[in-house]
Design a binder for this molecule. Sequence first.
Ligand SMILES: NC(=O)c1ccc[n+]([C@@H]2O[C@H](COP(=O)([O-])OP(=O)(O)OC[C@H]3O[C@@H](n4cnc5c(N)ncnc54)[C@H](OP(=O)(O)O)[C@@H]3O)[C@@H](O)[C@H]2O)c1
Length: 244
Amino acid sequence: MDDSKVALVTGGSRGIGAAIVRRLAADGMRVAFTYATKRDRAEQVVNEVNAHQGHALCLEADAADPAGIAGVVEHALDRWGRLDVVVANAGVARAGGIDTLPAEEIDQMIDVNVRGVVHTIRAALPHLRDGGRIVTIGSVNAERAPFAGAAAYAMTKAAVAGLVRGLARDLGPRGITVNNVQPGPTANDSMTVDGPAAHAMTKWLALPRIGTPEEVSALVSYLAGPEAAFVTGASLTIDGGFAA
Ligand SMILES: NC(=O)c1ccc[n+]([C@@H]2O[C@H](COP(=O)([O-])OP(=O)(O)OC[C@H]3O[C@@H](n4cnc5c(N)ncnc54)[C@H](OP(=O)(O)O)[C@@H]3O)[C@@H](O)[C@H]2O)c1
């Protein structure tokens, strides 16, 4: 019988989420992950993991839909019979003032970045093993927003940091740790490591480059692993000095 740990990751089809899926699978976990629309990208990640003798499965589910995320938890349990780690990564960022952004875009950020995190954790909690791990992906913008147009996004990520502090208290008696990883500018589809957007961003950083999804996934791996058993309620920033 396979007694390896099982992780659930939201938004694992690309970017930081895909790196987290690959890393947790390389750590020996079986990983179920969600995507919103990009099925091809999600299947590519599954194929990569499985080609390296890992175990991954992907399911389409809107992170902001409680029924959808509950279905994903059920599917993972049916397939693998346990749940040890939850990583609430799915998120959307829209730049603009709260008076200039379309109201729907502000609502979408609240839906995915806040409601989605709450409902993902709520759906997982009855099944999460004692001693389990919850990791949220927040943002350094929760603590520092040095340019205009980040207010609504920063608000959603500050909400996540607050949620994590409270949850750490609620779940401590079960030995479940709850931590929030706060990346700074990190390469993704819209900002490649050497592209113009990344170069423009470096003026806000102490280091002369943006981060990689793999660097963020390494911190998630630590928090999801046995060595981080005494770390809880923390927001850990990985930002190349953006907040320095
Ligand atoms: N990249 C950065 O600079 C940076 C900095 C700080 C914090 N973060 C945070 O890190 C996390 C990942 O960011 P990223 O840059 O890697 O994002 P990304 O490359 O844009 O990927 C977003 C992921 O989330 C999924 N997703 C989006 N909306 C969803 C929804 N409603 N339901 C389910 N899944 C959804 C996407 O699925 P599809 O592929 O199907 O669309 C995709 O897998 C986010 O929480 C973000 O706020 C990123």
